[in-house]
Design a binder for this molecule. Structure first.
Ligand code: NAP
Length: 415
């Protein structure tokens, strides 16, 4: 069945998932359904490598969760077959092994939905093929059900959201576009009861990034002023809501088509970055007092917003960047010169520049979930795609026009 309905704020909500009856496992009871039928996109070259480990894996018994001995030996995942764009290198495999051994502190999760992030396709293009081919599934953000709590704070049947940071993605070979994934318990939190699986799947990377940018790095306080470059990015949108919950004044940039969206999230002031250079608009606005924190949430490699920031960022303010991204050695050299190297007597900028690098932190996840439960943070979903349509989901993300998370349903039955 294909349903197309209008999602919040006029976004098309794409639901191309065939509806099926709930299984006992969906109700978080005993048995796991058999792996889904093969799809037309099967990457057969991956299957033979996985089948060798079937015998060993089929003897898997989850120690503390005997009711889950039916966990299959193999599963469907989107695997990365080399270095390049998702459309070229991502293949659906029906025969990826399910992790049979959990390290201390790790849990096994049945993934119900995964959310895509720019870092997913960026690393797919940057990392060498031999590293990527070892990884069992692409992507980082997920929501699902714990099927082996492995003596951690989580028990079988717990509904969770969480993520696998890129370093663990590489070292543990686990990813989110999979039916099952193994990850440290500290990367997870219980899913707030007022949000669905698809809504929670995109909380971790963008949501925690926004939270850590404003609290750990920006130290934003009630009564202070924040500027967000990219208020309609997922990071920027979560940051608007968190900043308002902290009691700050928030100004943002976005294109005019997203003005209503960012204002609805809580933005007090709006700048259309498409009209004229943003640094000129900000200098002309002469904010008084100046911003205490400037969050650059688009990944801009152009250093101009930082270089010109004394006109609008307080003397003791901090410029937080999600990380410059782009191409061209010259552009990176210009960035390094202007941001890190140029001394003030040669026109260097007398402001603090800090790089955000989101990290798993169970206290931050708990606090984020609490704010969701209290209605201070609402979920941001741009669109939802069926597992088989993952490449279409990447197209949507890579358009750079999404407002909210682009989500893939791993279990077609979930909302
Ligand atoms: N360092 C970290 O730990 C960390 C963690 C998470 C994300 N990130 C990075 O943060 C950035 C944002 O990620 P995301 O997932 O939030 O992005 P996203 O949601 O995919 O961003 C899409 C949005 O970007 C807006 N946009 C595009 N170009 C813009 C510009 N020049 N100025 C203002 N807005 C613009 C678009 O709005 P319009 O259509 O209105 O232009 C669209 O709404 C990425 O670079 C990502 O890699 C870093």
């Amino acid at each position: 069945m294909i349903t197309i309905s209008i999602h919040h704020r006029s976004h098309l909500y794409l639901d191309m998932c065939p509806k099926r009856a709930a299984t006992p496992f969906d109700a978080t009871t005993a048995a796991e359904p058999k792996p889904a039928a093969p799809s037309a996109h099967v990457a057969t070259e991956l299957e033979s490598s996985a089948s060798a480990s079937r015998t060993e894996l089929s003897s898997f018994v989850a120690p503390a969760n005997k009711e889950y001995t039916d966990i299959p030996a193999t599963q469907r995942t989107w695997r990365i077959t080399g270095s390049g764009e998702p459309a070229k290198v991502l293949k659906l495999s029906n025969d990826t092994p399910v992790s049979s051994k959990l390290k201390k502190g790790e849990v096994l999760v049945r993934v119900q939905a995964a959310a895509l992030n720019p870092v997913g396709y960026t690393l797919m293009d940057l990392l060498p093929g031999f590293v990527l081919r070892r990884i069992h599934a692409a992507e980082y953000d997920l929501a699902g059900v714990v099927v082996n709590g492995n003596d951690t704070a989580f028990k079988t049947g717990d509904e969770v959201f969480g993520w696998i940071p890129p370093n663990q993605f590489i070292s543990n070979n686990q990813g989110a576009l999979a039916e099952y994934t193994r990850l440290p318990a500290e990367n997870l939190a219980h899913r707030p009861s007022n949000v669905s699986v698809t809504q929670a799947s995109g909380f971790s990377v963008a949501g925690l990034a926004a939270y850590q940018a404003l609290t750990d790095i920006g130290r934003l306080k009630a009564g202070q002023a924040l500027f967000i470059n990219g208020g309609s990015t997922a990071v920027g949108s979560f940051a608007i809501m968190i900043a308002k919950a902290l009691g700050a004044r928030v100004a943002v940039s976005a294109s005019s088509r997203n003005e209503a969206y960012v204002r609805e999230l809580g933005a007090d002031e709006f700048f259309d970055y498409t009209k004229s250079p943003l640094h000129e608009q900000l200098a002309a606005a002469n904010p008084t007092p100046k911003y205490d924190v400037f969050l650059e949430a688009t990944g801009a490699l152009d250093p101009t917003l930082f270089v010109k920031s004394p006109a609008y960022l307080a003397r003791r303010g901090v410029f937080v960047s999600v990380g410059p991204q782009g191409s061209g050695l010259g552009n990176y050299a210009s960035f390094a010169w202007n941001v890190f190297l140029r001394p003030s007597f040669m026109g260097g900028t007398n402001r603090k520049w800090k790089l955000l690098s989101v990290k798993p932190d169970s206290e931050d996840s708990l606090e984020f979930a609490r704010m969701v439960e209290e209605g201070k943070i609402r979920p941001l979903v741009d669109s939802v795609f069926a597992f088989e349509d993952t490449l279409k989901a990447y197209e949507r993300l890579m358009s750079k026009r999404a407002t909210g998370k682009v989500v893939v349903k791993v279990d077609p039955a979930v909302e």
